[in-house]
Structure formats: C-alpha cells, structure tokens
Design a protein around this ligand. Structure first.
Ligand SMILES: [Zn+2]
Ligand SMILES: [Zn+2]
Ligand SMILES: [Zn+2]
Ligand SMILES: [Zn+2]
Length: 497
C-alpha cells in the first residue's frame, strides 16, 4: 500500500502535473487526504468556482463492461451489430475489420490470450466469456509502476467480484500470478470503474474504464462535480458549484433522480456501503419526494415516506393522515412496481406515453422517481425519434415536452445538484421545444427570444466538449444563442434542415 505522499506523487505523474506544457506547469486545487467519511478522499486546498476543471483523468485499463447482458461489439472500436464482424483466428476476440485487427490494441490483447493453452473450447452460447473478461485481462499489460498504482486503489475483495475470471479459467490454463492480478483488477474495477459515455445517439458496445484519480473521489448523493468524456477516453471532472477550501470533492455513483431507497440499495449492493449524506438523511430529499409512495388508505391523498430513511427497516408514515406502514408492506409495493415496469416496452414511445398519462399515477405520486424517469424518456424522444420528429409532433406533445422540461429542471434545482450534466441536457431540450414553437408561430419569437437564447447558452456552457452532447449543440448556439446578428428567418433555417 502506498503512503498518502507516495500516492499523491503517483497521481501527479499520472495526471502529467509535473510536466510543463507550453512553459506552464499545471497545478491542481486539491490534495489527497484523510476523508471525514473514513479512508482517503480529494479535499479542496483552495476555493473552487463552478465550471472549473479539477483534473483530466485517463484510464489505467478500459474495455467492455462485464454484465452478462452487455451486447458484444468489436473489442477494438466498440462497433456493434456489424454484418462483417468476425473472430480473430488466433485469440477468438470479436473484431469488425482488418483495420481494427491491425491495431496495437488488438496485437496486445491477442498476444496475451493466444499464449494461454485452451482447456475446453468456448461454446457459442457462452461466447461472451472473453469479452466480459477483456478489461481485467488488459491489466496484464500494465508496467510495474502502474501495477503498484492499481494495487493502491480501494478494492472490495469479496467473493462476488471476479466471477468473470473464474469463468474464464474453465476454458484456459492461466498462470497463477496472472490470475491473481486479473482478480485484483476485477475488484478495483467493481469498486472504482466508470461507464464510458458514447457519442449522442450512437450505438456502441458499453465500455468501462478504471480512472484512478476519479476513483479516489468519495460518493455523495448531491455531488459537487460532474464528469464527461471526450473521444479519446479522457475524463474531465469539473466543479458544478462553489467548493470551499477544506471541503471534500464528491462524485455520485448512483442515479441523480433515483429516490433514496433505490439509491441506498444500489450503493450497498454494488459498492458495499450505506450512504448517510444529507440527502439520504432527509426523507423528502429537498422536497422532491422522489421515493414517496401513495398512502395505503383509500380515503387519503397523502404521501408515504420512511420515518428514518437511514434505517432500511424503518416503518413509513403518511405525511397527511399519519398512518404507519411496516417496511415489509412498502417493500411488497416496491417489488410490484418493479415487475410492472419490467413489463413495459421502453422502445415504444407510444406505450411509454400512454403508461405515463393513463396508468402509473394511479399507483405512485407524480413526484415518484418512476414518473420522473418516464417523463425524461419522453423529453428525450419528442422531436428526435422516428414518428415523433419535430415536423410530426402535435401541438399538445410539443407543449407537453416544454412543461416536462420545466418540471424536471425544478426537481434538479430542488436537489441542489448545480450545473449537473442532466441540467445541461434538460436546458438543451427546453431550448429546442421553445425554438420549435417560435418556428411554428414566428409572431411569438420576440416574446420568447431571450429564453431561447439563455437556455441554449447555459446548455452549451454545461455540455461543451462532452462526447455525449447533442451534435447540433454548437450550431444551435451560433444561430439561436445570444449575440447572433442574423435576421429572424435565417436564424431558424437550421431547424428546417
Ligand atoms: Zn472495430
Ligand atoms: Zn487475435
Ligand atoms: Zn446519500
Ligand atoms: Zn394518508
């Protein structure tokens, strides 16, 4: 285990902070130190302003995610469903083209795997064994310094981690030392890895990366940072609100719009801790009521919330009639809601819309995370998905998109998550709905012009440089943002394209 000082030195080298670029040596406004939560964390050493870049991390290792349902793609570029994809005849990894086969990435992967003797050939119904293990396999390429860095990261050494390697061992003879390093990598990945975002609307294999500095940030359900990826696997971490010197820098390992019971269960199952942050301690979550259920009394229209949200066995109580409900009954309802959602076809916008409008609010309050999630899905779909594109969108759907954007932005503001990625996306979609309204009724433009300009400008500030940002973000800002001197007719031509 590295001491704090050695770890700080390793991190500085990893981030290139010791190098001079164009005569400037980049420094950072944080240090690695003991966290009040226990263990290590990143602590601000100076006041940090919203929007400031805290660091740009790159992965020690990256590759396909290990989930059994992750769709397999080219192991070099991530391309999916290519008719031309084939398996390398030396190592059996999936590839999309000779171009990808001839890369260093494949040369290295291939060198390791083809060296192992095969015990049992991999059958077709188990063909994802290699893809699921590829990320930890890539740990075998790390040099000595990188291996020390890997070993110094926090890792849960529990039996459920590393299943992909135990599975792989049924097919290959793997030297003990290599197996141990891959198991360590699995534990470090499960504890620290981030899913790597792909380009907006593009279907690619889902990948994860072990970003060691990002992994040092502890979790908070209201993080003070956001992160985004560029096309070169770099992960930029920025402040989303003011961070005072001496306070801890947090990331969020869970869904921002999930209610407390869902977040805490997910964090416990995947990261093995029970979050006790301010948001988790507040039953109403800043008044958003994301986890609330309907009162079980048919005469009451109140909301049920846990009495002590930090205790998973806590009874729930209605805010209006004070009825108490034991946690088993609450869990039964949550389970039934889970099954109900599992039966939905999320690909069908029509089905989601009718479920949202006609059914779900019979079972849960309008503030519940399930409703909020469905609302977001409609926001993303309206204007963009086949059958619901701008020219096909009815007036009522356009109005619905606008009001859903405003409502979700209020929820995001109430949570206090600052300029989170989600806020940027919602502002972009609100802008797009307003711009479409002005295109349809040019007389309205003067009235809503300033909001069209400010929403795209704020969205741009939050989403610029992010590979998952909408591709027309910059174009929209140029034509519909503040300071554009083009006449009204010309400003909207981009929407007709
Ligand atoms: Zn490829
Ligand atoms: Zn190969
Ligand atoms: Zn929390
Ligand atoms: Zn009640």
């Amino acid at each position: 285990m590295l001491s704090l000082e050695q770890l700080s030195q390793t991190v500085k080298e990893h981030l290139g902070l010791n190098e001079f670029v164009d005569g400037i040596q980049y420094t950072c406004k944080w240090t690695i130190d003991e966290s009040p939560l226990g263990g290590r964390g990143l602590i601000a050493s100076e006041d940090i302003m919203p929007g400031e870049v805290l660091f740009v991390d790159r992965p020690l290792i990256y590759g396909p995610r290990s989930g059994a349902n992750v769709e397999q793609g080219c192991t070099v570029c991530g391309k999916l469903d290519s008719d031309t994809s084939y398996k390398c005849d030396k190592c059996s990894l999936l590839l999309c083209s000779e171009q990808c086969q001839n890369t260093n990435i494949h040369f290295n992967d291939c060198g390791i795997i083809s060296r192992w003797n095969i015990n049992t050939p991999i059958e077709d119904d188990n063909s994802n064994v290699l893809s699921r293990s590829l990320t930890p396999i890539r740990a075998l390429m790390l040099n000595d310094d990188q291996r020390i860095f890997l070993a110094s990261l926090q890792a849960h050494r529990l039996p459920q981690h590393g299943a992909e390697i135990r599975n792989l061992k049924q097919y290959y003879e793997i030297p003990e030392e290599e197996e141990q390093l891959m198991l360590l990598a699995c534990c470090a990945l499960d504890t620290n890895a981030y899913q790597i975002a792909t380009a907006y609307g593009k279907r690619e294999m889902s990948m994860r990366g072990l970003y060691p500095v990002s992994g040092l940030m502890n979790h908070n359900c209201v993080p003070n940072t956001r992160y985004y990826f560029n096309g070169d696997l770099q992960m930029t971490v920025k402040a989303v609100k003011p961070i005072r010197a001496g306070t801890e820098i947090f990331s969020c390992y869970s869904g921002i719009l999930w209610g407390t019971p869902a977040r805490r269960t997910h964090l416990y199952k995947t990261k093995h801790f029970l979050c006790k942050c301010d948001r988790c301690s507040d039953p109403t979550e800043g008044g958003t009521l994301l986890g609330a259920l309907k009162c079980f009394s048919t005469e009451c229209s109140g909301n049920l919330l846990p009495i002590d949200p930090l205790k998973s066995s806590s009874p729930w109580r209605c805010l209006q009639c004070n009825m108490r409900v034991p946690d088993e009954n609450v869990r039964a309802v949550q389970g039934a809601l889970g099954s109900l959602m599992g039966s939905l076809n999320f690909e069908s916008v029509q089905e989601l819309e009718s479920f949202l409008i006609n059914r779900i609010t019979k079972y849960v309050p309008k503030t519940n995370q399930i409703v909020v999630d469905l609302q977001c899905r409609l926001i993303w779909a309206f204007g963009e998905v086949e059958g619901y594109r701008w020219h096909e969108l009815s007036e009522s759907r356009l109005a619905l998109k606008e009001s859903l954007c405003r409502g979700t932005l209020r929820t995001v503001a109430a949570l206090g998550v600052g300029d989170a990625h989600l806020r940027g996306l919602l502002l972009y979609h609100l802008h797009a709905a307003l711009a479409e309204r002005a295109r349809r009724s040019p007389d309205l433009y003067e009235e809503i012009k300033s909001e069209i300009e400010s929403t795209i400008e704020q969205a741009y500030i939050i989403l610029q440089g992010d590979i998952s940002a909408p591709p027309d973000l910059e174009l929209r800002r140029r034509y519909l943002g503040p300071g554009c001197d083009k006449p009204q007719e010309e400003r909207f031509f981009i929407l007709d394209a």
